[in-house]
Design a protein around this ligand. Sequence first.
Ligand code: DOR
Ligand code: ZN
Length: 439
Amino acid sequence: MLWIKNVTVIDPGQGVSGVNDVLVQKDKIVEVGPSFKAKEVLVKLGVTDINEVNQIDGDGKYLFPGLIDVHVHLREPGQEDKEDIASGSRAAIRGGFTSIMAMANTFPIVDQRAVVEFIKLQARRAGMARVYPISAVTKGFKGQELVEMMDIKDGGAVGFSDDGKGIQNAEIMRLALEYVKLTGCPIISHCEDEALASKGVMRRGRTSARLGLPGIPASSESVMVARDILLAAETGGKLHIAHVSTKESVEMIRWAKGKGIDLSAEVNPHHLIFTDEDITLTDTSYKVNPPLPSREDQEALLEGIIDGTIDMLATDHAPHTWEEKARPFQEAPFGINGLETSLAAVWQKLVQSGKLTPEKLVECWSLNPAQRFGIEGGTLKPGSLADMVLFDPLYKEEISTEAMESKSGNTPFLKKELQGFPVITWVEGRMLMKNRKII
Ligand code: DOR
Ligand code: ZN
């Protein structure tokens, strides 16, 4: 039995936002309510000696339902020098994420049931965050032939995506949205028109011109967002747009939702926090795809979150080795390591500054992902699994590769101090992280 006292519970799933006590029995939440009520429940459950109950003082801290990250690259199988399922799922727990979705751009690519089952097995062995595999849409990410969707779904995939690469052929995307209906899962679209993106390495604009770097126009994303929305409307297939980064995309998603089209969308913290103006030739940790947006785009992304056009936050955790990221800007791989810094970064830069409420943060990073992908978690309603995060808004930490569980340190926050971190993470009532360390 676990009794968390006087903690500020933020749980939009049951409309709770305020100081409460929380009771957990084995793997489930049994009570969220005022202190006197918790005591009554303890008596009802037959607890005679309160000292037998594991008690935690939550004064000054928040309790969130475990965060759910729908966009993570775990690199296993095939690129275990960057990350593996064990290190990535430990990083998740340290960052406050109790469930994560693993993208399919591994080696081999996740385009067969056996690979999905392997990922699930490795995740179980790691015993950390729950890991939900995402399957490729097309065999070998070639954009030509669809995977065996039903078989792969039966193996445990919860979505389909060629993330890392846009599906260039509109007819293939149309077919994917048609067939995916049988599975009930969404197609997660990495919207990028390769002809428009060409060899660009950052957002096309004044800064790319000044730095002399080839630019990626905003349209390389937006034209594909438009295409996929129209295809989702025509087929009725479920669509999720990954890493939205332009104002035009936000506007089109808003329009599509107004029409009742079955779609959801995510935005990555780095797109809300940094802009193309932060990029310098010497720091490749800012190199990411889609690239960091203009200030105007960033404002539209935040507006999209606030008015519900954008449903989710997702890290797009993309670990790369130091050697790869040490290459010149044009040659370094795209990607930002996000699991262990994103919650703190969003808290400090957006919640503390009053741009985002804690309720919205939890809605976008826990409740909406659970509901959209039909997975456990997302709320602390009595009867739910006790996936929880105790969050200390005052905890400060300098980001260092030594402390990180991830194998890679490619984050713009390296050697910088952030404030507001998870201090305990539980999965199904099991405490897996305490005082910023995996236990
Ligand atoms: O920055 C990125 N990194 N964007 C992607 O789409 C893929 C990802 C990766 O796998 O490294
Ligand atoms: Zn990705």
